[in-house]
Design a protein around this ligand. Structure first.
Ligand SMILES: Nc1ncnc2c1ncn2[C@@H]1O[C@H](COP(=O)(O)OP(=O)(O)OP(=O)(O)O)[C@@H](O)[C@H]1O
Ligand SMILES: [Mg+2]
Length: 142
């Protein structure tokens, strides 16, 4: 939980295990962004961050498996979308490093996590070596 916002409803909660699930993530995020009234730029930012975090599950979680939960949130008269990515994979030993531009354990660009943080209003990463990883992002209507 990253904010005190009340949850309006939980439109979607599904498994991430295949490339095709990324398409579903993008599709549901597009619909939810529209439903809560995010503008096109903010919707695109949310979808881009969501794609990166779902891809990290495919790339790093055990068996490339995890879950995504997508909710509408409401706080002080504004609406938003909160997305939770969770896996029971190897976890992240050094969160500070993982959130740094250019850090990658797979020789990739190392921009997924720090880039996602810049694209949303809030990103909370909870992880520990051996304990899986949970990333929660929130994007608010403006
Ligand atoms: N769900 C996860 N489980 C375990 N480790 C993760 C997870 N997500 C990210 N990491 C670790 O954090 C590092 C940084 O992630 P980030 O998404 O920023 O970069 P990347 O995936 O390596 O490269 P890019 O996303 O730019 O292609 C990864 O290289 C990986 O070591
Ligand atoms: Mg990544």
């Amino acid at each position: 939980m990253t904010t005190n916002a009340t949850t309006e409803q939980g439109p979607a909660d599904f498994a991430i295990a295949h490339e095709a699930d990324l398409i579903r993530v993008r599709k549901v995020l597009r619909a939810e962004a529209e439903a809560v009234g995010l503008n096109l730029v903010d919707a695109t930012k949310l979808i881009t961050a969501g794609s990166e975090l779902a891809r990290n599950i495919l790339n790093y979680a055990d068996g490339g498996r995890g879950r995504v939960g997508i909710e509408r949130v409401y706080e002080r008269g504004r609406r938003g979308v909160r997305v939770t990515f969770a896996d029971d994979g190897p976890g992240i030993a050094d969160i500070g490093a993982a959130m740094t531009d250019g850090f990658s354990t797979k020789g990739s660009m190392g921009l997924g996590l720090p880039g996602s943080r810049r694209l949303v209003d809030d990103l909370t990463l909870t992880s520990e070596a051996g304990s899986g990883t949970t990333v929660v992002i929130v994007k608010w209507q403006r």
